[in-house]
Design a protein around this ligand. Structure first.
Ligand code: ZN
Length: 477
């Protein structure tokens, strides 16, 4: 499936790729594509995957200390564990060294213009007065950025072409002053590199051969190539891919999720309504399903809109053989049947794999059964077939109570209905709430973490017990 669409030009021997998420929360399904495809390329062509934390903005992209570990855990779970982990914030001195070199080359300058004034000039293609300073003057000013200048008073710019047709590429900012606490390095640094500078240096010194990059970030490569040219370096191969829009996840950003978790809207990062890998794992979406889904998208640079339904159908096919079947009667109602003979009913745990055994129910004469409320919409005198049990003719419907009597024989075309006589109370946690009901007594034997299928309801994963009830989490239908 992915052999052709994920092929690299020139059939390289050994590749180094990198995955560089923002450490401000755990990974979401949208991140998985980068992790999966980068990992795949290192496995296919040999080489290594770097996990790099571009954590050099302690203000607007302030890292979350716990997120570093979460991201590594998420990658391991996904089967895309990195071969090396790099923290940009622990490599700041290296970026300073390269800044000094580029100043010496006369290709960077400290700009002390007021931000808006610079922008106006730049947009007109006019150089600011700082651009003409000598390398020595710039080196002196650069040193002052570490002690004397305050935030906003000076930035280091990389010289490009001040009349470049795209104003965004003209003399871009490489370093600025931010006096703030960083969760890993505290207040050790106040001159911080911009992402484009840091990432350009990192890619080179780590020997990155291939960069997978969203087409919306195409400018980054164009900016960084100036640095590569000044140093005489070769820029890595870039594969641009189109934006991936996952229909169900549009409204969730990491920062919004963090806010909603803090304010109690969601119980945590693994709440089933959230598109995080933690929530997927909790629900029973298999990591191999996510990998298959992401690889199937290939490396196209056109935008794609996809639905999680596609992921669910891949996952469903993988779970179908392993998940044993049980009944879940949501919002149960009572059914009284007269004249039913007592016997033990045995239904297979899996219709295809009979060797797995059966779930048993003792049917006792003259007792009450339970149906799901959805199944209780029956007509008077209608004959219904209780699954695994005989047929019943409906006598009366009073509120939520159904009464009927046993009718021997097979009645073709009778509506098939799930019912239980003995039951265990259970609840199924869904993205939008909790379904309450009864399930087979044999559900007691399901191990925590096991994924089963509630017939006509959907797949669910056993989470244990909650206030005496069995607790499941909904996977998908
Ligand atoms: Zn200036």
């Amino acid at each position: 499936m992915s052999e052709e669409t994920l092929k690299l030009d020139g059939d390289p021997q050994g590749v180094v790729t990198r995955f560089a998420p923002n450490p401000n929360g755990p990974l979401s399904i949208g991140h998985a594509r980068g992790a999966v495809v980068n990992k795949y390329l290192t496995q296919r062509y040999g080489g290594k995957l770097l996990l790099r934390f571009d954590d050099t903005d302690p203000r607007t992209k302030r890292p979350l200390k716990e997120a570093y570990g979460w991201i590594q855990e998420d990658m391991e779970w996904l089967g895309c564990g990195p071969d090396e982990v790099i923290y940009a914030s622990s490599n700041i001195e290296t970026y300073y060294e390269y800044a000094r070199k580029i100043i010496e080359l006369g290709q960077a300058y400290v700009c002390r213009c007021e931000r808006e004034a610079f922008k106006t000039k730049k947009n007109q293609g006019i150089a600011c007065p700082c651009r003409g300073n000598s390398a020595e003057e710039n080196m002196g000013l650069w040193e002052k950025m570490f002690a004397e200048f305050k935030e906003g008073e000076a930035v280091l710019r990389v010289k490009t072409d001040i009349q470049h047709q795209d104003p965004a590429l003209r003399d871009w900012t490489a370093f600025r002053i931010i006096a703030g606490e960083h969760p890993l390095v505290g207040s050790k640094y106040r001159v911080w590199p911009m992402l484009d500078f840091e990432s350009a240096i990192e890619d080179h010194i780590r020997g990155v051969t291939h960069i997978l990059r969203g087409i919306d970030l195409m400018d980054s490569g164009l900016k960084q190539k100036y640095i590569y040219d000044y140093f005489g370096w070769t820029y890595p191969e870039v594969i641009l891919w189109g934006r991936l829009k996952i229909e169900e996840t549009g409204k969730f950003s990491t920062s919004k999720m963090a806010q909603d978790i803090a304010s109690g809207v969601y119980s945590g990062w693994d709440h089933p309504a959230l598109p995080t890998l933690r929530a997927m794992k909790r629900r029973g979406i298999l990591p191999e399903s996510i990998r298959e889904f992401m690889l199937s998208l290939g490396l196209s640079d056109s935008a794609a809109a996809i639905s999680l339904e596609t992921l669910y159908s891949i996952n469903r096919a993988k779970l179908d053989g392993s998940a044993n079947r049980y009944f879940f009667l949501k919002d149960p109602v009572k059914l009284y049947v007269e004249g039913i003979p007592g016997k033990t009913i045995r239904l297979p745990l899996h219709p295809t794999f009979k060797e797995r055994g059966v779930r048993e129910q003792c049917m006792r004469e003259g007792s009450c059964f339970y149906l799901s409320k959805n199944d209780s919409q029956v007509e008077k005198e209608e004959i219904i077939k209780l699954m695994g049990l005989p047929c019943v003719s409906v006598d009366s419907l009073q509120g939520s109570i159904v009464k009927g009597k046993y009718v021997p024989g097979n009645h073709k075309g009778a509506k098939k209905i799930q019912c239980l006589q003995d039951y265990i109370e259970c609840e199924v946690l869904k993205p939008d709430g909790v379904d309450i009901g009864y399930c087979d007594p044999d559900c007691e034997k399901i191990g925590v973490g096991e994924i089963i299928q509630f017939e006509r309801y959907g797949f669910a994963k056993m989470e244990g017990k909650n206030r005496g009830k069995l607790r499941f989490i909904y996977t998908h239908d």
